[in-house]
Design a protein around this ligand. Structure first.
Ligand code: PMT
Length: 406
């Protein structure tokens, strides 16, 4: 039997268990955190008591379990403010749609919500809910609010859900949550001391001061990769074209508009240990973008002459200060693997992640992707999963590669 690393010795975790079927997994989470040396205190919501008992939680955590805000004995022994602050990290697992909404809106009607509002410590959420609830615009907006406040997130995973439906909403497995806890506490920061450069989003290429050429990239994939690299401890720079996304936590963002600005911003950040080019950079720009708006004067429509943009990925791959690992994406609509392989050779990157962006795949702008990692050794196909999961898997692969003997 493998002995788990004592990576969390001396760390104090406040675990908030909300009322969802995934609460049963939190019992295993307590065990996994404790066997790594963490001290675990638990707050149960009233609804969580329907899924796990305070007795089983206190037996596993070897401590008191806190449920009610107005339990005078609790307040006498340890007030809710101290409970909220006497820890290194607050983990919410499962984080239900209800508790996420309370957090986003600053509600404090019960002990769990009060502790989450009163804490000055980092918070990590492990969401779990039905896939329609997870995709609901209200939940999306609440998660964006919390992400913008620096609240961390692990999962949810895609797969079969308790109600028999399937989709994104399953709580991450306890070991994945432990890994996120370790990363958040710097207990396992395999990319500490490494510098990562990520490009994301589309570029806008001006036709005139009013109009521009763009594409359908939302930046979700590139931003998720930057967040995942930062979560593993990398000093991460995200060079992003125009998107509607909040800045990922712990990442330095350089906002640009055009391909030429993106290249200049990337070159200014060298040297780096790894570069991941996930941006959908316009291959061409209007050759002459004038100062004045083009006028519709009743004549023939103007012809749009195009000039080629610099290739950022190829430039980084051939640069004198080339990052040790250069990774590109290939967005294809046909002959995916063959075209991606040719692109990898032509641009000189180490790995290329091929994704099918044909209409109907929902990859541009969607929350999920399906990629094939191509390197010198061959092709590895990853199952369709959330862009966040792809980012975390890729970040772990990058950490393994960069930590191999040079
Ligand atoms: O942003 P999302 O909505 O989440 O969608 C994600 C995505 C589909 C944009 C992403 O997964 C993706 O595939 N990104 C690359 C898009 C692209 O431009 O692919 P390409 O096959 O045209 O380019 C190949 C590679 O060269 C890419 O790494 C690209 O960043 C890079 N490139 C391309 C042109 C250029 N002038 N400079 C570049 O660096």
């Amino acid at each position: 039997m493998t002995v788990p690393p004592r990576s969390l010795v001396g760390k104090r975790i406040l675990l908030v268990i909300a009322g969802g079927i995934a609460a049963y997994k939190s019992l295993d989470l307590i065990r996994r955190l404790r066997e790594r040396g963490a001290e675990v205190r638990v707050v149960l919501t009233q609804a969580a008591k329907e899924f796990v008992t305070p007795l089983s939680v206190s037996t596993l955590s070897r401590g008191r379990v806190f449920v009610d805000l107005f339990d005078l004995t609790d307040e006498h022994e340890i007030g809710h403010i101290r409970l909220a602050r006497d820890c290194d990290l607050v983990v919410v697992a499962p984080a239900t749609a209800d508790l996420i909404a309370k957090m986003a809106h600053g509600l404090a009607g019960d002990l769990a919500a009060t502790v989450l509002l009163a804490t000055d410590k980092p918070i990590l959420l492990a969401p779990a809910m039905n896939h329609v609830m997870w995709a609901h615009p209200a939940t999306r907006a609440n998660m964006a609010t919390l992400a913008a406040r620096g609240v961390g997130q692990v999962g949810p995973e895609s797969g079969e859900l308790a109600e028999g439906e399937s989709g994104a909403g399953r709580m991450s497995e306890p070991l994945a949550i432990v890994a996120a806890v370790e990363a958040q506490l710097g207990a396992a920061a395999p990319l500490a001391g490494k510098r990562a450069l990520v490009t994301s989003g589309p570029t806008h290429e001006a036709i005139d001061p009013v109009r521009y050429i763009a594409n359908r990239s939302s930046g979700k994939q590139g931003h998720a990769i930057a967040a995942a690299l930062a979560a593993l401890g990398a000093d991460t720079i995200l060079v992003s074209g125009p998107t509607r996304l909040p800045d990922p936590p712990g990442v330095a963002v350089r906002a640009v508009e055009t391909a030429r600005e993106m290249l200049a911003a990337c070159l200014a950040e060298l040297p780096a240990d790894v570069a991941v080019c996930a941006a959908a950079v316009a291959d061409w720009r209007p050759a002459t973008a004038g100062e004045a708006k083009l006028k519709k004067d009743g004549g023939a429509p103007p012809a749009l002459a195009l000039a080629e943009n610099p290739d950022i990925l190829a430039t980084l791959a051939r640069h004198a200060h080339r990052p040790r690992l250069v990774i590109g994406f290939a967005a294809e609509t046909d002959d995916l693997i063959a075209h991606a392989r040719a692109k990898r050779d032509r641009k000189g990157c180490d790995w290329i992640l091929a994704n099918d962006v044909s209409t109907g795949t929902g990859v541009f702008g969607g929350d999920e992707n399906s990629v094939h990692l191509i390197d010198a050794a061959g092709v590895e196909s990853w199952e369709r999963q959330s862009k966040d999961d792809i980012a975390r898997r890729l970040a772990r692969r990058i950490a393994l590669r960069l930590n191999e003997a040079a």
